[in-house]
Design a protein around this ligand. Structure first.
Ligand SMILES: [Zn+2]
Length: 339
């Protein structure tokens, strides 16, 4: 949406932001300073199966608690930043649907929050928020052009261009997990075939390992899960790979290959300074990133492939709230500039 902006600055005269990261497992709310630091936070389980109304009540309880730290005075805050598991319709502030939030269909979350607190309220996809967080404060600090991928059960992404988050025409840009890397690949949750998510996520490595074990291949994984293949996750595969298990190493190599194929396209299209990889699969470290980097060098154009750095994410669980807060401050600055 804002591809050609001046390098980002966080205006130090701003007040702190109330930032929220709503995922399928937890609701994390925080007071984030204008410099992006978490000053206080509140952690609550989402209990998403109870539906949107109950989740929003819990969100309000967390925000009320943080506001009470400022004597209940909402005017102490600059804005509210909502980082939410997508897909979102950013312009209208809707959570359109989410595999992680059952029962959420076109929930006007931004307006619901605004009506209660009367603070400027912004909404952003959680992976986009984490991208901005990593660019401003994490592994990409000091860079202006960054691509972020979070690889766990699925793959999310975010794109920062010239220091600003690139959100696209409708706010949905950055769905890197749904870039096709094998037109004949298995079907993805999104309905398409051979998306990066279905070839290189934690779910993909577990599926590949189970398929090979069902065919009769040998691996210590069988012993680790006492023969119950449904218990195999990326975590067990990582542990087995570290202990020298060949099958585990091979399924990780396969995921790393497809990750490299996807990253090579991103390198050619965006010429990023840094690609940051977060999420549970990033714990594989070099086992995932070394082969992926090799594929990038083989497939992408020489100059951008030589200069790009492919790094592990540095911010921990707060990346979403920190990034969402920075996004809100950027939006506030834009608004002030326009009036
Ligand atoms: Zn897909």
């Amino acid at each position: 949406m804002h591809p050609n902006h001046e390098p980002s600055i966080i205006n130090r005269s701003h007040r702190p932001v109330l930032a929220v990261d709503i995922g399928g497992t937890k609701i994390l709310t925080a007071i984030v300073s204008p410099a992006g630091q978490v000053m206080a936070h509140c952690y609550e389980l989402t209990r998403a199966s109870e539906g949107p109304r109950a989740v929003i009540e819990r969100l309000f309880a967390c925000l009320d608690l943080l506001i009470s730290r400022k004597n209940g005075n909402t005017s102490q805050f600059e804005a509210i930043a909502l980082g939410t598991a997508g897909p979102l319709e950013q312009k209208r502030g809707l959570v359109t649907s989410s595999p992680h939030l059952p029962g959420w269909r076109n929930v006007p979350l931004r307006d619901i929050v605004y009506k209660r607190y009367h603070l400027d309220t912004y909404m952003i996809n959680d992976a986009q928020a984490a991208a901005l967080g990593e660019q401003q404060l994490g592994a990409g600090k000091g860079t202006q052009n960054l691509i972020f991928l979070t690889i766990s059960t699925g793959i999310g992404g975010g794109i920062v261009i010239n220091g600003r988050l690139f959100t696209g025409h409708d706010g949905s840009a950055g769905e890197i997990g749904h870039m096709t890397v094998d037109i004949n690949g298995p079907q993805c949750n999104c309905g398409n075939h051979g998306c990066l998510e279905v070839m290189a996520s934690g779910t993909a490595v577990a599926r590949d390992a189970c398929a090979r074990l069902t065919r009769g291949d040998k691996s210590q994984l069988i012993e680790m899960v006492h023969g119950d293949l449904s218990k195999i996750t990326a975590k067990e595969i990582q542990q087995a790979a570290e202990e020298g298990d060949t099958l585990s190493r091979e399924v990780i190599d396969r995921a790393a290959f497809y990750l490299g194929v996807g990253l090579a396209s991103l390198v050619d299209i965006f010429n990023p300074e840094v690609i940051v990889i977060g999420g549970g699969m990033s714990r594989l470290g070099g086992r995932l990133l070394v082969p992926a980097r090799k594929v990038v060098r083989q497939r992408a154009f020489r100059l951008p492939a030589r200069t790009v750095r492919i790094l592990r994410a540095r911010l921990g669980i707060f990346s979403g709230v920190q990034g969402a807060a920075i996004f809100a401050l950027h939006q506030q600055e834009r608004g002030e500039g326009e009036t």
